[in-house]
Ligand binder design. Structure first.
Ligand SMILES: [Zn+2]
Ligand SMILES: [Zn+2]
Length: 342
């Protein structure tokens, strides 16, 4: 079967053996695989150089085609499923350590990643699979990481006492994660301020039904004038400038939710301690979500409360050009590979 591989940062489409499932594993024939910004960061070695060799891809929808011993406790052959869970943490968790039992399986000491969905078939730990109804189409594959990550971040608002009705800024609102966050936060009843760069991207955000759309350049002044600062910022930026902007937009005692991971070369987020003292913000990171979050998100998608905006569709051999287009912002929303055989 065909599969994409990175070899020293160079993308190749290779012929590899079809995987054979082990205990509690399922082989999924991939119908559609989403292209996540993390795949690009790995290909470019953006994060301290990690990941420049190996299989990639961690968002997919497909059909279960083979089961290892015991996997039939979780799924059946022929089930249509979504898989990915943001790559990290979706491949295995022990279920018994302090983190698993505390509801944070991502931090499980035995965690394994899901990487390799840019392939005709993929072998995955069956408990991480979520069945999807026919009303959720194949183009919704990016829900598996982009959608889940946005959902996880929006759920943090409630957890940290930012209640519906309050103003919340989404930075990077037109992007692969941000466009989900604005839909979800609006559906939950927040007053959503969508922030991005450029007229086309702002028009797209407006079409998602948010309360206000602001260009990043004007955001500090306009948010202050119209809202007196926001109660929370969800930062989905691939650039450090978006994180700095997020801190500036918060009102006193606001919630800062970091989601993206800019390249290591962009440096660090710095805090002025006097401003920190004055503003007294809560700073948290939000990474992907759990299988339960994925089930809830599939329900929201089935109810029409959230949709993937797919701005680019291609075959497996288009993956290299899709990376280039993603890097230069040439499409809005997400890209998907809907033909893994060529
Ligand atoms: Zn991802
Ligand atoms: Zn564990």
């Amino acid at each position: 079967m065909k599969a994409a591989r990175l070899e020293d940062g160079v993308l190749h489409i290779r012929d590899v053996p079809v995987p054979i499932p082990g205990a509690d594993e399922a082989v999924v024939r991939i119908s559609t695989a989403g292209v996540c910004h993390s795949d690009l960061h790995l290909a470019r070695g953006d994060w301290g150089g990690i990941g420049r060799s190996g299989t990639i891809g961690h968002e997919a929808i497909g059909l279960v085609e083979a089961l290892g011993p015991g996997a039939d406790r979780f799924v059946q052959i022929g089930d249509r499923v979504i898989l990915g869970l943001g790559g990290a943490g979706g491949g295995y968790w022990c279920g018994a350590c302090e983190y698993c039992l505390g509801g944070q399986p991502r931090h499980c000491t035995q965690t394994k990643a899901i990487l390799g969905t840019f392939a005709e078939s993929f072998c995955v730990w069956a408990p991480s699979l979520v069945r999807i109804p026919d009303t959720v189409g194949d183009l919704e594959a990016p829900l598996a990481c982009g959608g889940l990550t946005a959902y996880g971040a929006v759920k943090k608002l409630h957890k940290h006492d930012v209640v519906p009705g309050r103003p919340v800024a989404v930075i990077g609102a037109a992007g692969g994660l941000g466009h989900y966050a604005v839909q979800l936060a609006s559906a939950f009843g927040y007053r959503v301020v969508g922030i991005d760069v450029g007229a086309d991207r702002l028009d797209f955000v407006k079409s998602l039904g948010v309360e206000a759309v602001i260009d990043a350049e004007d955001a500090v002044d306009v948010v202050q004038r119209d809202f007196g600062g926001v109660d929370a910022c969800l930062v989905f930026s691939a650039r450090m400038a978006g994180f700095r902007l997020g801190l500036k937009l918060l009102r006193r005692s606001g919630l800062f939710v970091a989601v993206g991971i800019p390249p290591t070369s962009e440096g660090n987020l710095e805090l002025n301690m006097f401003e920190f003292f004055m503003k007294d913000p809560t700073l948290i990171y939000s990474a992907v979500g759990t299988v339960q979050d994925m089930r809830e998100l599939v329900d929201l998608a089935a109810a029409g409360r959230v949709r993937s905006h797919v701005g680019r569709v291609g075959a497996l051999t288009d993956l290299g050009s899709i990376f280039d287009e993603l890097e230069s912002g040439r499409y809005v929303g997400r890209a998907v590979i809907n033909d893994l055989t060529r």
